[in-house]
Ligand binder design. Sequence first.
Ligand code: ASP
Ligand code: MG
Length: 423
Amino acid sequence: MHVFKFGGASVKDANGVINLGNILTKYADKNLLIVVSAMGKTTDLLEELTQSYFQQKENSAALLQQLKTYHSDVLRALFPDENHPVYNQVANLIVEIEWVLEEPPMDDYDYLYDQIVAVGELLSSTIVSHHLNARGLKNQWLDARSYIITDNTHREARVNWEITECRVQQDIPAILAKEMVVTQGFIGSTSENFTTTLGRDGSDYSAAIFAACLPADDITIWKDVPGVLNADPKWFDETQLIPELSYLDAIELAYYGANIIHPKTIKPLQNKDIALYVKSFIDTENGGTQIRTTKEALPIPSFIFKINQVLISILPKDFSFIVEDNLSDIFNRFHRYRIKVNMMHNSAVSFSVSVDDTGDNINELLRDLQERYAVQEQRGLELITIRHYNNQTIARVLVEKEIIMELKDSYTCQLLVKKQGMG
Ligand code: ASP
Ligand code: MG
């Protein structure tokens, strides 16, 4: 059994869906489970719609219309017969959102978010499944919510592995023996049948959950890059493809923010020793990265850039500050605002962290911290992480940069920097 995952960029329009079908005609046999994300930027759009509905703003109707138009354009390009059942199914899924929007928002935001945003994946998987069937690629559409069972932490649900594994094994291998399966990434359900989501970009993780529970022989994530690169081409001219990576290196790269694979994806695969391939859906014959157990260290230095960092330094209001005594209180406050720490450093008298400057919730966190501590902030910084660093690679990234905070261990170097000449 094999698992393929196709992200939003790969199915952003009708041509993307056709390309997905082309890939399957080359690679597929019936033992294939396909996980798809919402099309293009649908999740962003649905997020905006949820916010607008929650705050009862006027643009909800316009945003919903945008969702409809986008999907019906794709439908018309793929299914010339307007009586094809896919039209009704897509309309019914959108009605589910309309039902939510009809009532004023009474429920918790995160709960409502999941009910609305999950529809993106239901739409894309429905369209993909019908397209494949129409091309003779026989498949069964499955609702991932019947298999991936989670707790009720909406927007960041935690998987109940025992029940999930049991559900997956109960019927999916038998279906895969007959035909392919198409299902959704990102979404799950509580044991009481309330829809949940696994966190933004969670479709990779979904694919890994299915792969680990089946268990699959391997999993392939199809992306718009040739594989895992040693830096994001957005920031670096000369990037190199890393043909082979250990699970550990992949976890670390993802953890430090390399935009390759959702950080939670690797561990379940490593536990079951399932190889992960990252390949290009554009250039399907070339390149690719294989992630699996390997003894060799990653030979190529990797660079991860995160801009828009804010350094928050937490200091004593009096002389009684002992960092250790205050750490759990500080972390609780970060957790309350869902703020992820990218780098941290503590000394006897202060505790400093670098986080993404996400605007409002950072300001709320700062106000909250100020209740108990003296707080300093420095914005507009950049965090550079180098895996397998040496002096040369450090020098390469420090041109015209000034170091604000620096951390090194044997494999990883983190540099929080600001542009020289800036405030
Ligand atoms: N559609 C979801 C998102 O954009 C999940 C994913 O694409 O992995 O976050
Ligand atoms: Mg996506």
